[in-house]
Design a protein around this ligand. Structure first.
Ligand SMILES: [Zn+2]
Length: 644
């Protein structure tokens, strides 16, 4: 395991603009950098990198975080892999330390699964090249399909011997535990080989490690399935893997589109012909997770269908899901009786690419045409089509693209554009309403911050929401704490902004409505008690993922990335906002306490109403009531001075 100290060094050294700059071309804008977001499709940059805060944030899709988060998301790395990547970038040597037994066990198990798979991969490969059965059957099959040895080796193809104990015995001989092989599905519960008499395809993860296998049966046994796959395991999740992506990712990024085929051999065949931006969904129909994987590299998928695919219609119905990911989907139907593999063999790479270019059809328009063909003029059926198409159109996120589709669909269906627009809008509005309602129920905090932020630049708050929520004030205090807690509130007294906040809201902390803000403050108190200064790294790299997320949410604000320094005149007479920490802190704390005081007064009133009017308790509560009112008056006065 890497030592905490090393990891801290990586975080301290990593400059977010360097790390992100490896993958995104960034332009300076004021104190920040901006660029086109690599996680969603955009034409004007809303992806912002803040060197001073050392984080990135996209105001289009909402993704944000520190350098490590960026590398994890962009490259599909684990946390440790991302740390290693950045360490390498800066030539930081990572110190390894001992793990706890429990950590060791989990880590060791994962490592073991990778080691066993790696071993099995080699075994299958040796079978293919070094055994008689392998060369006569497996290698002969691959050669007959036209695959060269270089591609066979690159993709780690192999062969499983026709023997129910081959792998099982070899594993025992080489000292591998049967339980790991069972977990990976390489051998059955009763200790028999799972793959027998099959040519083997290794499935790699994004870093090139073997995480599973697929085997194609040799010979003609109609009782056996043509292809079988490793079951899912701790290291293999079918829905999140695309066959070939490890080899294809660079080319996909370079050419800015991804070709999606169905079979393993289709990928190999195209790759061998020099078309390297190709992946297969292998077995499953395309999932949203897989689309998101592709979206890391491009926003365009071209799906190749066999010319005689019967299931194309059904397959297409599931694709509305994909449109919701805001990705451009094009379909290419290959000539009849061809799959990508056979078609490539017949026409060669340049004709193949030309065919794609000339025959690619937009998914939505294709769907419309296909449905139209099905109805053959039946007016009732046509009404159903409209419903179906409109549901699809509503999924298209970009309004410009959507209006283009509406126009074309209106032509195809011979239905007035206005009708299509109004039907589509009905669905979109309903979805927005449903979403807003859900959000409001789940998380009042989000709704209330939408509301009052940044001097009325956003839409006005819903009064009812504000009236019943103190979250705006809680949020403001938490934001100042995260952003400026490490700065001095009073330098002479060595008092930090964090200290001032902690001292002044101790009494009201138990009244916090938003548990997450409360948690941030409690963690800060602990950090101060330990004698540490809660700086930005403390929040942006906190062990608590909620805290990390909140840091990005609160600290990166769409309105502070406007170029402060270019406001020229103002700058000479007015301190930039970073320097105003004292006033800002005071204001935030006072506003929060004022709000909470009202709550305490209300509570006290309620208690009074429950007492006999001349009981001792009542008189005590009454005195308290008066004190609270005085306090309120004083605060209101101070606040009005602050607010002006
Ligand atoms: Zn984005």
């Amino acid at each position: 395991m890497i030592s905490k100290r090393s990891i801290e060094r990586v975080f301290e050294t990593a400059k977010v603009e360097d790390v992100v700059g490896n993958f995104v071309s960034l332009k300076r804008r004021g104190v920040n950098f901006i660029g086109l977001c690599p996680f969603h499709n955009e034409k004007t940059p809303s992806f912002t990198v803040s060197p001073s805060k050392n984080i990135f944030k996209c105001f289009g899709c909402g993704k944000g975080g520190n350098s490590v988060n960026f590398v994890m998301e962009h490259e599909g790395y684990s946390y440790i892999e991302a740390i290693k990547f950045i360490a390498q970038m800066y030539n930081i040597e990572l110190e390894e330390i001992q793990m706890s037994d429990e950590q060791k066990e989990t880590q060791e198990k994962r490592d073991s699964l990778f080691v066993v798979n790696e071993w099995a991969k080699k075994r299958f490969s040796d079978n293919l090249f070094k055994t008689q059965q392998g060369t006569n059957i497996g290698l002969a099959y691959f050669k007959e399909r036209g695959f060269r040895e270089s591609i066979i080796k690159k993709f780690d193809l192999g062969f499983a011997i026709d023997d129910s104990k081959d792998l099982t015995n070899a594993a025992a001989r080489d000292g591998f535990k049967a339980e790991f092989l069972k977990e990976l599905g390489l051998i059955s519960k009763n200790d028999y080989d799972f793959f027998r008499n099959r040519v083997m395809f290794t499935i790699h993860n994004l870093t090139g490690k073997a995480i599973g296998f697929a085997g194609r049966i040799m010979g003609n046994n109609p009782k056996l399935p043509k292809y079988i796959n490793s079951p899912e395991s701790e290291i293999y999740n079918k829905r999140k893997i695309l066959y070939g992506l490890y080899f294809a990712k660079n080319e996909i990024r370079k050419l800015d589109y991804c070709i999606l085929v169905e079979g393993y051999t289709d990928v190999l065949s195209l790759f061998q012909a020099g078309i390297e931006n190709v992946v297969a969904s292998s077995g499953t129909s395309l999932t949203s997770d897989q689309v998101r994987l592709i979206k890391r590299y491009t926003n365009t998928i071209k799906i190749l269908y066999d010319g005689d695919a019967a299931g194309i219609n059904a397959a297409m119905r599931g694709m509305d899901l994909i449109l919701a990911e805001n990705i451009m989907v094009k379909l290419v139907i290959l000539p009849e009786n061809h799959d990508p593999d056979s078609f490539m063999k017949e026409v060669g790479p340049s004709e193949f690419l030309k065919f794609i270019e000339e025959n690619e059809k937009d998914f939505i328009l294709y769907k419309t045409q296909l449905l139209l063909k099905e109805t053959s003029g039946d007016p009732v059926k046509r009404a159903y089509i409209l419903k179906d198409i409109v549901a699809t159109l509503a999924k298209v996120g970009d309004p410009l693209i959507r209006s283009m589709y509406v126009k074309e669909c209106s032509n195809l269906l011979d239905i007035d554009e206005k009708i299509i627009v109004s039907e589509t809008n009905k669905i979109i509005k309903k979805e927005i309403r449903d979403k807003a309602y859900k959000r409001q129920r789940e998380n009042i905090s989000d709704a209330s911050m939408e509301v009052v932020d940044e001097v009325g630049k956003r839409s006005a708050p819903s009064q009812s929401l504000l009236a019943r929520s103190d979250e705006y004030q809680e949020r403001a205090v938490t934001k100042v704490l995260m952003e400026k807690g490490h700065l001095y509130f009073d330098e002479e007294e060595q008092l930090l902004v964090a200290d001032f906040i902690i001292m002044n809201i101790m009494d009201t902390l138990s009244y916090f409505e938003n548990k997450a803000y409360k948690r941030v403050i409690e963690l800060t108190i602990k950090e101060r008690e330990r004698g540490n200064i809660p700086d930005q790294l403390f929040y942006s790299n906190n062990d608590d993922s909620e805290v990390r997320k909140m840091y990005v949410e609160l600290v990166m604000n769409p309105y502070d990335y406007a170029d402060w320094s270019s406001r020229g005149m103002e700058l000479q007479t007015q301190k930039p906002p970073e320097k105003n920490q004292v006033e800002e802190t005071k204001q935030a704390v006072m506003r929060l306490n004022y709000k909470k005081l009202n709550k305490i007064i209300k509570e006290n009133n309620k208690k009074m109403s429950e007492q006999e009017t001349n009981s001792e308790e009542f008189i005590m509560l009454m005195r308290l009531h008066q004190k609270l009112l005085e306090e309120k008056k004083k605060m209101a006065l101070q606040l009005s001075i602050v607010i002006q």
